[in-house]
Design a protein around this ligand. Structure first.
Ligand SMILES: Nc1ncnc2c1ncn2[C@@H]1O[C@H](COP(=O)(O)OP(=O)(O)OP(=O)(O)O)[C@@H](O)[C@H]1O
Length: 219
């Protein structure tokens, strides 16, 4: 398994009392596997992705990625984990405004020490971004920015890609094209994919779908 969550619990404190969102999540994702994570709004899907991405810590239970328990990491190890083991594709693309498209795409790969010029060129071509490499993010449409965000993640060839509604703000047709690209590129790299979506249609394109309900992965 590339990712194993076992008995993961997570609460948020609120003005009144803490509310427990994840109440013992068990989930396994195999290397190279694509898994759709669905569930009602507020069920905790983004919370789960944040834990798997090392952006937040579980209250209890374990999140084991590629043999390492994230809960045992010191802050510096978690930062290294985020740089080298996972790629994040969120709805806000988080592109760096002061960097060109080409520099955005190579940024994480360079940080992860996995920059490969030939693979970067291939990604730019497959994502249809050749004409835009010298532009800056603000000069691109939403769909183009999304493709840059995907290129940036896959350029670093992470063993795990975490995607939160990655095509949520694109029209259906563009969303489908972008998702297919992401799936096929992830397959080329051998990255596992855990993708949050509300769309059963999109979920159906992945290897498997799991549902988060009542703070657990439903049977
Ligand atoms: N930092 C926080 N502090 C307090 N409550 C939070 C915090 N982050 C999330 N929550 C609450 O935790 C619950 C789960 O949120 P989360 O974003 O994980 O759900 P989700 O399944 O991704 O929802 P959606 O499908 O609407 O994006 C929600 O009720 C939300 O209000």
């Amino acid at each position: 398994m590339i990712l194993t969550l076992a008995g993961v619990r997570k609460s948020y404190s609120t003005a009144e009392s803490p509310i427990e969102i994840l109440k013992g999540v068990d989930l396994e994702v195999a290397a190279g596997e694509s898994v759709a994570l669905t569930g009602e709004s507020g069920s905790g899907k983004s919370t789960l992705l944040h834990l798997a991405g090392g952006l937040d810590r579980a209250d209890s239970g374990s999140v084991v990625m590629d043999g390492s328990d994230l809960g045992l990491f010191a802050e510096s190890e978690r930062a290294r984990y985020r740089r080298t083991k996972v790629g994040l594709v969120f709805q806000q693309f988080n592109l760096i405004p002061s960097l060109s498209v080409a520099a955005n795409i190579s940024f994480h790969a360079k940080l992860a020490n996995r920059y490969d010029h030939a693979w970067e060129r291939q990604l730019i071509e497959k994502l249809g971004l050749e004409e835009y490499t010298a532009r800056y993010p603000e000069q691109l449409s939403g769909g183009q920015q999304q493709r840059v965000a995907i290129g940036r993640t896959l350029a670093a060839r992470p063993p795990l890609v975490l995607a939160d509604e990655p095509t949520g703000n694109l029209d259906e047709q563009t969303g489908d094209v972008v998702l297919d690209l992401m799936l096929s590129l992830a397959r080329t790299v051998g990255s596992a994919l855990l993708l949050v979506t509300h769309s059963t249609r999109l979920a159906g394109r992945l290897d498997r779908t799991v549902v988060l309900r009542g703070g657990k992965i439903a049977e």
